[in-house]
Write a protein of this length. Structure first.
Length: 105
């Protein structure tokens, strides 16, 4: 897991935290957070772009909160399944193809 911003372990314990992105296994986006007052400025897209470059992943996966599906769709993620729920938390599995596999032709 990589933390580009912050050493906080939980968002509610970090009142001054402005942005955060974490991922694991090179291609699973675990957290993407931008403080509300900074929404709409392209910051989250920049964080995803950084992840794409630093992770070297061909495909990035995320369990998108139903409230974040619009954002993820705008930056290129596509749903891979229908809405699901774990412990009452609703999400939609999505993925972003970063690099096309090399063709063997």
């Amino acid at each position: 897991m990589i933390h580009l911003v912050s050493d906080c372990t939980h968002l509610t314990r970090c009142p001054k935290l402005l942005v955060r992105i974490t991922w694991r296994d090179a291609n699973y986006l675990g957290q993407l957070y931008v403080k509300t007052q900074y929404h709409g400025q392209g910051i989250a897209k920049q964080l995803v772009d950084e992840m794409k470059q630093l992770s070297h992943a061909e495909v990035i996966q995320v369990k998108a909160s139903i409230y974040a599906v619009g954002f993820y769709s705008r930056v290129g993620f596509q749903p891979t399944d229908q809405e699901q729920s774990i412990n009452g938390i609703r999400y939609i599995p999505m993925e972003l193809v970063v690099k096309q596999p090399m063709s063997s032709t």
